[in-house]
Every structure is written in structure tokens, then in C-alpha cells.
Write a protein that binds this ligand. Structure first.
Ligand code: NAP
Length: 262
């Protein structure tokens, strides 16, 4: 049975990926940092789909914890076919903007949204190459890796997500010689708990500005992740970042949003 490890899978897009890979018959590893009960619930739902599932608690922003997690995953399932670097999130810039920004804020946002993906990808690639597994490494970026997020002042988040795109290009070229496909997905607004911080009014305004007619669901991202992991369908897609945003980031649409929302 093929095995997929998904970081930050206790809820949201990560949980959506875990369930979609489980539905495709993969054994799944569900990583979380602090939401153990939620992660166990996702694992149980995966088991009900007839696959093996295991929870892995680790702070992926910590190099020791993330690399140990990948090793434990390989020990548990005997292999790793797919890594989805999903854990991440944006914290708003503290008051004062970049000029007064505490460097600890910068460091923690880069650690979670960029370094973690590199640590996990390195450990997963080592395991895949050692076992000659032509696997897949998929990272979840954001449209804000390409389009600024001025209202939210999420500068390091945007910088980290842009870094994921470049990491994906370079790693894609390096690892394809081993048959490992590295790609990235850049979601727009996806309905998850991460949006709880916004007021109903802002969200309604934001949803209205998306050409599709509203935000997406975790499954919209998860289905593409499964496709990118399936060599029979996606073997010629190498080092790409694919935007999945209902048209949100297309010129004009994003400008209109920045005027009215948040
Ligand atoms: P979410 O609902 O807030 O879930 C985040 C997940 O990541 C949780 O399972 C959380 O578990 C885990 N996590 C956070 N920090 C972690 C750490 N240091 N180590 C391990 N796990 C950690 O987020 P989401 O909306 O599903 O977003 C998932 C990804 O998509 C993120 O990379 C985000 O930047 C990206 N994205 C989301 C949207 C959107 O609109 N939702 C748009 C663009 C991009 P714990 O609670 O246990 O920490």
C-alpha cells in the first residue's frame, strides 16, 4: 500500500488531503502540532475508508522534530510515496509595520511557511531515493506567494510562500532524475478554520469579489494534490506552482478585493 504523509492535517486543507488520499487507497500519516484530538478524529475517518492511518505529533518548523517525524513515518509504513507540505499560516504583522517588526515574528513565519517544507522534503527525498521510490513532494503555497497581501501586512508569509515556489522549481529539476515529482499548489481563499479571525462582513465582501462566486473547499486543493501524486496522470508536470483560486488572483479581481475587504 502506498503511503502519504500530510503535515498540518488535523483540520482544514491538510485534513481534506488526508481523507482524499485515504479514499484513493493510500495509508496516511496525519501530522499536527497541538490539536491531537482533531488529528485522531481525522485518522479515524481515514481508517473507516479502509486504509491504515497514524497520527504524528511534531512541530514541523523544528528541524529535529520534522525530520524525526518523517523517519517514524517510514518506520511505521515501511515507505513514503507522497509528502504534502501543508502546515502553515499567516500571522498579521504586529503594529508598527516592517520598520518596528520584531525579528522573532519574521523568523517564526519563515520557519513555519518555508523552512518546515524544506526540512520535511529533505527527509522524505532521502527516504525515497534510498528505497528507489519514484514519489511525489507537494507543497501548499498561497496566491500571496505571488500577489502582495498589503491589507493584512503579511509580508514574511508572502515571502515564505514565494520561497516555496522557487524551492519547488529547483527541487523539481534536481529530483526528477530520481523519478520524484516536486510540485506546488497555490490556493486562494479556502473555507477553513483559518478564516475564523475575519468578521462575517469582511468574509461576505471577500467571497463576493471572487470571480468563481465564492471561496473554495479543502477538497478543491486535495483533488489536485492526489492528481499530482499520480504518475500515470501527472508525470510530465515538474517543478510547477499551480494556482487554484476561482479566479481570485487574476488582475483586477485582486485589486477590487483590496479596495473593499479587510
Ligand atoms: P488551518 O485550518 O489553520 O490548519 C492548519 C494546520 O496546520 C493544522 O492542522 C495545524 O495543527 C497545523 N500546524 C500549524 N502549525 C504547525 C506546526 N508548526 N507543526 C505542525 N503542524 C502545524 O489552515 P488551512 O487554512 O487549512 O491552511 C493550510 C495551508 O494552506 C497553509 O499552508 C496555508 O498557508 C495555506 N493556505 C490556506 C488558504 C486558506 O484560505 N485557507 C489560502 C492559501 C493558502 P495544530 O493546531 O496542531 O498546530
Amino acid at each position: 500500500m502506498k503511503a502519504a504523509l500530510i503535515t498540518g492535517a488535523s483540520r482544514g486543507i491538510g485534513a481534506g488531503c488526508a481523507l482524499t488520499f485515504a479514499r484513493e487507497g493510500y495509508a496516511v500519516g496525519i501530522n499536527h502540532r497541538s490539536s491531537g484530538q482533531d488529528a485522531e478524529r481525522v485518522a479515524e475517518q481515514c481508517r473507516e475508508l479502509g486504509v491504515e492511518a497514524e497520527v504524528f505529533a511534531a512541530d514541523v518548523a523544528d528541524v529535529g522534530e520534522s525530520q524525526a517525524m518523517v523517519e517514524q513515518f517510514v518506520e511505521r509504513f515501511g515507505r513514503i510515496d507522497v509528502l504534502v507540505n501543508n502546515a502553515g499560516g499567516a500571522l498579521r504583522m504586529p503594529p508598527g509595520g516592517f520598520i518596528d517588526m520584531p525579528t522573532a515574528y519574521w523568523d517564526s513565519q519563515i520557519a513555519l511557511n518555508l523552512n518546515a517544507a524544506a526540512y520535511c522534503a529533505q527527509a522524505a527525498a532521502r527516504a525515497m531515493v534510498a528505497q528507489e521510490i519514484a514519489g511525489a513532494i507537494i507543497s501548499i503555497s498561497s496566491i500571496h506567494g505571488d500577489v502582495t497581501w498589503v491589507r493584512r501586512k503579511a509580508l514574511p508569509y508572502s515571502a515564505a510562500k514565494a520561497g516555496l515556489t522557487m524551492m519547488t522549481k529547483s527541487l523539481g529539476v534536481e529530483l526528477i532524475q530520481h523519478g520524484i515529482n516536486v510540485n506546488c499548489i497555490a490556493p486562494g481563499l479556502i473555507h477553513t478554520k483559518a478564516l475564523d479571525r475575519y468578521s462575517e462582513r469582511d468574509l461576505t465582501a471577500f467571497n463576493r469579489k471572487i470571480p468563481f462566486g465564492g471561496g473554495g473547499e479543502p477538497a478543491d486543493i486535495a483533488e489536485l494534490a492526489v492528481f499530482l501524486a499520480d504518475k500515470a496522470k501527472s508525470r510530465f508536470i515538474v517543478g510547477q506552482t499551480i494556482t487554484v483560486d476561482g479566479g481570485q488572483s487574476i488582475d483586477g479581481a485582486i485589486d477590487a478585493m483590496l479596495d473593499d475587504a479587510f
